[in-house]
Design a protein around this ligand. Structure first.
Ligand SMILES: Cc1cc2nc3c(=O)[nH]c(=O)nc-3n(C[C@H](O)[C@H](O)[C@H](O)COP(=O)(O)OP(=O)(O)OC[C@H]3O[C@@H](n4cnc5c(N)ncnc54)[C@H](O)[C@@H]3O)c2cc1C
Length: 369
């Protein structure tokens, strides 16, 4: 039995980014069921950071995170938000919300947007306008995870891979946590198991919070030779539709922004969602997708109010939730890790979160009553 301060369940972006900070306060071990970090949502993301997010809290957490998303894990890349026919009100709404954190955004007409993404259709069946943020961030999930792994190691922490947490009980002072190869006595357990957080809670005899994993599908395909898409912006419809994103010079990633309820699992793409992704791109652009380079699916896990959760469970001493990162877990991870560090160690609320007026109560479990 190893006695430690913090045991973090899950080596996705949530768990690793928090662990890297917690390790400075006491011995920290991250238990990961898979053979490597980032196998689930964190490694399947589109990995872009921008402010076109529904919830003001998520936009504020993104604003706090942007300065902390640095090279090589993040690099500046433009984002273009396009309005299809009938999405003019949505474009106004996105612009108003966006300007709060990125007042530099530019409104473009359809022709100007087409100079950036020449395959966009204009006219009756094409786009009607757009919003350009020249200061988005292309993230590298692997580099982000590596950055945290190094910081964790440097602070004396470690990751135990192939170590699914199988049982958990509280002995009055510590959580006794079992994995197949090792048992731990941890003062604090951080439940950062992504789609599995409610299952981890149930193992610990703690009430679940009703996290909903929603499957999302991604395809990649090559564009005709001679087109360099690496300079194209991340391009997303302001309402229902799709997004595309360059993956190097000759390849695009596309997503139909689908959301299908799923149990926690190794999510796989369904053929109809793959077809939908291709169809939506072909409808709005002059691209023809004949052959896919790859396809995958991942789970975006949402709390009932679709806002992230960070804080101790009021009914279970030492049981800390870090959950519900939905579709914004990479881009908000710096701010969420700061919040988790402060809340799990009883430290001062971070200046970065004060500056964007995010309060601990907004992340707390108590909001579910
Ligand atoms: C298609 C897609 C596109 C996305 N695009 C973006 C984007 O552009 N920008 C953005 O910011 N976010 C995006 N996201 C969201 C982002 O990927 C997630 O919010 C984030 O990765 C969630 O991280 P996590 O650490 O909570 O979960 P995960 O990465 O799933 O990590 C949870 C870990 O817990 C482990 N685990 C589970 N049970 C146990 C157990 N019993 N014992 C030990 N370990 C266990 C799992 O193996 C897993 O590794 C996207 C997601 C998807 C699927």
């Amino acid at each position: 039995m190893e006695e430690i301060e913090f045991l973090v369940v899950g080596a996705g972006i949530a768990g690793l980014s928090a662990a890297a900070r917690l390790a400075r306060h006491g011995r920290t071990v991250v238990c990961e069921a898979e053979e490597a970090p980032g196998v689930h949502a964190s490694g399947r993301s589109a990995a872009f950071a921008h402010f076109d997010m529904d919830a003001p809290l998520v936009r504020a957490l993104t604003a706090a995170s942007m300065p902390l998303l640095e090279e090589p894990a993040a690099r500046r890349h433009p984002a273009l938000f396009i309005a299809l026919a009938g999405q003019d009100e949505a474009l106004d709404r996105v612009e108003a919300a966006y300007r709060q954190w990125a007042p530099w955004v530019e409104r473009l007409d359809a022709d100007a947007a087409r100079t950036l993404v020449p395959v966009l259709k204009t006219g009756a069946e094409g786009i009607i306008g757009a919003l350009l943020d020249r200061d988005g961030r292309k993230l590298d999930a692997h580099a982000l995870l590596e950055q945290h792994r190094h910081a964790l190691g440097a602070a004396g922490g470690s990751i135990a891979t192939r170590s699914p947490v199988t049982t958990m009980r509280h002995d009055g002072t510590h959580w006794i946590v079992d994995t197949p190869g090792q048992s731990y006595a941890a003062r604090v357990v951080v439940n950062a198991a992504g789609a599995w957080v409610d299952e981890i809670a149930q193992l610990a005899g703690v009430a679940p919070i009703g996290i909903r994993p929603l499957r999302r599908t991604v395809i990649t395909f090559d564009v005709p030779e001679g087109i360099d898409v690496s300079v194209w912006p991340f391009t997303k419809t302001v309402g229902p539709g799709f997004y595309i994103e360059p993956e190097g010079r000759g390849r695009l990633l596309a997503c139909p922004m689908d959301e299908h309820p799923s149990k926690p699992c190794d999510a796989q793409p369904e053929e109809e969602d793959v077809a939908l992704a291709a169809w939506r791109v072909e409808e709005a652009t002059t691209l023809e997708i004949r052959h896919l380079a790859s396809k995958w699916a991942g789970l975006r896990s949402f709390a009932p109010d679709r806002l992230p959760v960070a804080g101790f469970d009021p009914a279970a001493p030492g049981f800390f939730w870090l959950a519900g990162q939905g579709g914004f877990g990479l881009q908000t991870s710096p701010a969420m890790a700061l919040a988790a560090e402060a809340l799990a160690t009883g430290g001062a609320w971070p200046d970065e979160l004060r500056a964007v007026e995010v309060k601990a109560t907004q992340l707390a479990l108590s909001r579910f009553g």
